[in-house]
Design a protein around this ligand. Structure first.
Ligand code: 0X9
Ligand code: ZN
Length: 308
């Protein structure tokens, strides 16, 4: 009826993984150009669900957006679902995006860790795999587990550490699933992005070492600058566009792999709002955080159309 909400979630709170999946499946039911697919199981056997928004049709440029690879960064999946809803439900405000680009969102890239953070340990970061630790420490930092300069910086071989990169690149099923799905996309994504929190940064590659850049860094940096200008104009934030390794060098992150191996053209890791709360951003800030990111995404998507 008219008083019943349209979705099983809103943007006034954070939600469990199954609710996020239901939200995506509801959109897939309502729109023929929307599909939800599993890109494989997590370590604990949960399906990793991607929502495909492919109104533009075969051969159109692909956009890949991954969120929540770090379990405790709850704002990242929340913003991803907002962007998904905006693209689809408010199509009439910006038809060019869906008409021109195919979108692939993985709103919760680490569902085991996310639910562990929801239910057991709020500040959990890693996957939940068995590492063989004699101390019983579980999990690998999935944002150190990708095969680009693996292990070279910003890691610890202590299995109890939050930045344990795993025994080898792609030791984690979650990162392998992301690798295999993104590699299967044709054409290669023009944009590949990772949503994290909480440092209010728009990070461009590379992240593994200082003074290392892809050959097209100038266009990546320039577009990043336009993105943060649009973002900051919405709510007066002070996000900064900067070199990823300038935050701290850390090897094996998803974005370096999207850049150096997948060869996506525009690649960024975004660190969402902090506002003094770190990973514990109050849910009252989900909408403001999402609206400002949407403004940046309009710049990004418009550029993807322009260059394609
Ligand atoms: O350390 C990370 O993986 C990211 N920060 S977070 O607080 N979300 O964990 C930053 C990734 C940026 N990449 C590199 N500096 N390589
Ligand atoms: Zn993170």
């Amino acid at each position: 009826g008219p008083s019943s909400p349209k979705y099983n979630l809103d943007w006034n709170d954070y939600y469990d993984y199954d609710i996020i999946v239901e939200f995506m499946e509801e959109l897939a039911n309502d729109y023929e150009f929307v599909n939800v697919v599993s890109i494989g199981k997590s370590y604990e056997g949960q399906d990793m669900k991607v929502i495909q928004i492919t109104k533009a049709g075969d051969g159109a440029p692909n956009v890949w957006i991954e969120a929540g690879i770090h379990a405790r960064e709850w704002i990242a999946p929340a913003v991803a679902t907002y962007v998904i809803r905006e693209l689809i439900e408010n199509y009439d405000d910006h038809p060019e995006y869906l008409d021109s680009l195919n979108f692939h969102f993985l709103p919760c890239a680490n569902p085991d860790g996310y639910q562990f953070s929801r239910n057991e340990q709020r500040l959990w970061r890693k996957t939940r795999s068995d590492t063989g630790s004699s101390l019983g420490c579980k999990g690998v930092d999935p944002n150190r587990n990708f095969d680009y300069a693996f292990g070279e910086s910003g890691v610890s071989n202590d299995k109890c550490s939050d930045i344990y990169p795993g025994p080898e690149a792609f030791s984690e099923i979650e990162t392998r699933n992301i690798r295999d799905y993104t590699s299967s996309l044709s054409p290669t994504p023009v944009i590949a992005k990772a949503l994290h929190s909480a440092a209010e940064l728009w990070l461009y590659p590379y992240g593994y070492a200082l003074d290392t850049y892809p050959e097209n860094v100038d266009e990546i940096r320039a577009l990043g600058e336009e993105c943060v200008e649009a973002l900051n104009a919405v709510n007066g934030m002070n996000f900064v566009n900067q070199h990823s390794a300038g935050l701290y060098p850390a090897a094996g992150d998803a974005n370096d792999w999207y850049t150096g191996v997948l060869k996506a053209r525009f690649t960024y890791t975004v660190e969402l709002r902090d506002q003094g709360y770190g990973f514990l951003l109050p849910p009252e800030q989900i909408i403001d955080s999402s609206v400002e990111i949407w403004a940046a995404y309009e710049v990004l998507f418009s550029k993807a159309i322009e260059v394609s």
